[in-house]
Design a protein around this ligand. Structure first.
Ligand code: SF4
Length: 333
């Protein structure tokens, strides 16, 4: 059976005064029904742009130049806006980055949750408000708070309200863009537990976007690592975390402290994410890669299958296991 969401060769550009921004190039991934996929990478790697493209909410200067998005058997890229409106929020919804701060401060939260139900399901106000109460309880807030204003909620509770809004029309897929950034660690854990519980109870598919790998570790079955708009590695979450193959994934994993293993200091990846207007030649990661060799700056590695369900875009795999003049890359350990 086809996956709920199938993204193939998705390529997105923005036209700016400074030039064409190659925001996403060749993104391909699947999300099965009820499955959670993590999109990880540093800021500016194309994760949010990918999410906006899935919702067909790219800003005016952005466009999908190549590739396909198939959702529940329908091809989304060629859809007219009117047809897309019937899918957005009803079948696929998103919790935007920083959304908990974008609630309308002068409107009661119950009304804000009810609005998409009234708009997309043509429900009357009483029915929508009753459902808003059910949704509040689903995310762990008493329905007695329906008439409260956003400033009466903590940051974590406002994020729960945003999740309730994303669930308002009973979608099959929810995209959560940095859902716990800016929350303290205890609240982060509670929100991640909530997302995990909702996924199980509602059989929801999810795409979780985060620059923080630890956020994805316990929540997602699959992870795709993006860098400079390209997919560097993808596979089962535990495989990627315990045995990262791509040097960029190794850098991301090494940048986080492991409280269970030996006491190694976290190590930052040297350098910065490159300009997406004039990305580096060859492998986009080569200016920051400690394993780079001549070929890396001249040719671009393809995303190749290393094992069933495991792919990486790096010349170290699968054809080269030893780099002349260098120690064995840790990726082959
Ligand atoms: Fe590093 Fe070369 Fe692999 Fe790119 S292709 S990640 S530069 S070793």
């Amino acid at each position: 059976m086809a996956a709920l969401l199938e993204v193939r060769d998705l390529t997105i550009e923005f036209t700016t005064k400074a030039g064409i921004v190659h925001a996403v190039e060749g993104a391909s991934f699947d999300v099965e029904r009820g499955e959670a996929l993590g999109l990880a990478g540093e800021s500016g790697c194309g994760k949010t742009t990918t999410a906006l493209a899935l919702m067909r909410l790219l800003p005016y200067n952005g466009r999908i130049v190549r590739g396909s998005i198939s959702f529940a058997g329908r091809s989304l890229v060629p859809l007219e806006e009117a047809s897309m409106r019937a899918i957005r929020w009803k079948e696929m919804s998103i919790v935007f980055q920083g959304a908990m701060n974008s609630l309308n401060p002068v409107q009661r939260v119950g009304r804000q949750i009810a609005e998409p139900i009234i708009l997309h399901e043509d429900a009357d106000s009483d029915v929508a408000l009753k459902r808003a109460g059910d949704l509040l309880e689903l995310v762990g807030i008493s329905r007695n708070r329906l008439n409260d204003y956003p400033h009466e909620f903590s940051g974590g509770m406002r994020q729960r309200v945003m999740i309730a809004m994303a669930l308002a029309c009973d979608p099959k897929l929810v995209i959560a863009d940095e859902p716990v950034t800016a929350l303290d660690v205890m609240i982060q854990a509670q929100i991640l537990d909530l997302l995990e519980r909702l996924r199980r109870e509602l059989d929801l598919a999810m795409i979780l976007i985060s620059h923080d790998l630890s956020v994805l570790a316990d929540t997602c079955e699959q992870v795709t690592i993006m860098y400079a708009g390209k997919t560097m590695e993808s596979g089962k979450t535990m495989d990627l975390f315990t045995d990262p193959k791509h040097p960029y994934t190794q850098g991301l994993v090494g940048a986080f402290p492991d409280i269970r293993g030996p006491r190694n200091m976290p190590e930052a990846i040297p350098g910065d994410v490159p300009s997406l207007i004039s990305p580096p030649s060859g492998c986009v990661f080569h200016p920051r890669c400690k394993f780079a060799f001549d070929r890396c700056s001249n040719a671009e590695p393809e995303l190749s299958e290393l094992a069933p369900g495991r792919r990486a875009a790096c010349f170290l795999y699968p054809e080269v296991t030893e780099v002349p003049g260098r120690s064995m890359p840790i990726a082959t350990r």
